[in-house]
Write a protein that binds this ligand. Structure first.
Ligand code: TYM
Length: 331
């Protein structure tokens, strides 16, 4: 049985990128593996949320996770800051992480370009904290989207380096995982790169969006006036609509619009209407569950307490063994 770990930063509601990039795979894995899923609230401090925002965001993500189908009876669902052992492993890994390699990480370079006024040490060492999250449970598989690939590579580097430095075969090399397929990148609606919370108004579709909001966002998605010759490659914004359709619609629906595109008969209004309907059909049951789960504070507390207990047991064992390997010994 493999050990699976994955996490998500609490910075708002989950969007379709989170769902199809990571959460869907968690759900497929939870019954056959030993799974740990957590809410990365320490990580979210790099952007300085207020105390009220932090708590509210953690709560929202917890509700989203549960409504999406994560079963806390079979998986360990916990909040990162409930497992302070992870910060000790983070510190220990930081001693063998080099500033140069951390400065070369793409996500760090992007963050400092976008927010030059907030280049904090937590941002620089984000990959060591993420590595600690994963190897603290000695995970084999990490279901994540394409944007996390480099972080997983760093995790393997840190795990291997530890083994080499201490001449042990302790940490396992974890792999980013998508059932043998390439990791996915779900596009947003604004015609550019990926769906993301911070990419601007209207780019992301959230699991909690009402049907009206989904319709409005999808109808406004960037498109063009259509192909003028048959069988042409699709411009990025159009490809994005087809990619979204490929995850929420049936293969027949997708094939229908592909054929219309290739024969220059496509009407984007019709395609968007179908896309919006299929997204609504997909998200509605999840959105409805959110309401019931969100109003049951007792249940949420029980889930979080049980998750913390199970996660801490696993994390404490690793930290104990790592301390021993490093040479911290009892007198
Ligand atoms: P975060 O919070 O940005 O995103 C959570 C998960 O959603 C995936 N994702 C996407 N996948 C496909 N297309 C998209 N447009 C898209 N947007 C987001 C992300 O790849 C991720 O899997 N560093 C992580 C959180 C983290 C973590 C970990 C993950 C901390 N420690 C340990 C795994 C294991 C992050 O910022 O993800």
């Amino acid at each position: 049985m493999d050990i699976v770990v994955s996490g998500i930063r609490p910075t708002g509601e989950l969007h379709l990128g989170n769902y199809f990039g990571a959460v869907r795979n968690f759900l497929r894995m939870q019954h056959e593996n030993q799974c740990f899923f957590f809410i990365a609230d320490y990580h979210s401090l790099t952007t300085h949320p207020t105390p009220a925002d932090l708590h509210g965001n953690v709560r929202r993500v917890l509700i989203n996770y549960l409504a999406a189908g994560l079963d806390p009876e079979v998986s360990t669902l916990y909040i990162q800051s409930d497992v302070p052992e992870v910060t000790e492993l983070y510190l220990l890994l930081n001693m063998n992480a080099y500033v140069g390699e951390l400065q070369r990480v793409t996500s760090f370079k992007e963050k400092i370009r976008k927010h030059p006024d907030n280049v904090n040490a937590g941002l620089l060492t984000y990959p060591t904290l993420m590595a600690a999250d994963i190897i603290i449970h000695r995970a084999h598989k990490v279901p994540v989207g394409k944007d996390q690939e480099q972080h997983l590579e760093m995790t393997r580097t840190f795990a291997n380096r530890f083994n080499r430095m201490y001449g042990v075969d302790y940490f396992i090399e974890p792999a980013a995982y998508n059932f043998g397929a390439d990791l996915v990148k779900i596009p947003g609606l604004d015609g550019s790169g990926k769906m993301g919370k911070s990419e601007g108004e209207g780019n992301a579709l959230f699991l909690s969006d009402s049907p009206e909001v989904i319709k409005k966002k999808v109808m406004k998605a960037v498109s063009d006036s259509g192909p003028t010759e048959p069988n042409q490659p699709k411009p990025d914004a159009i490809q994005n609509l087809f990619t979204l359709m490929s995850v929420v619609s049936t293969p027949e629906t997708l094939a229908f619009f592909e054929e219309k595109y290739d024969s220059c008969q496509i009407r984007y209004g019709d395609m968007k209407k179908q896309l919006a309907d299929d997204i609504i059909a997909f998200t509605s049951p999840i959105r409805e569950k959110m309401e019931a789960i969100g109003s049951d504070g007792n249940y949420l507390r029980k889930v979080v307490e049980a998750g913390a207990e199970k996660a801490r047991a696993s994390a404490a064992k690793t930290v104990r063994e790592v301390r021993e390997i490093i040479g911290f010994k009892a007198f």
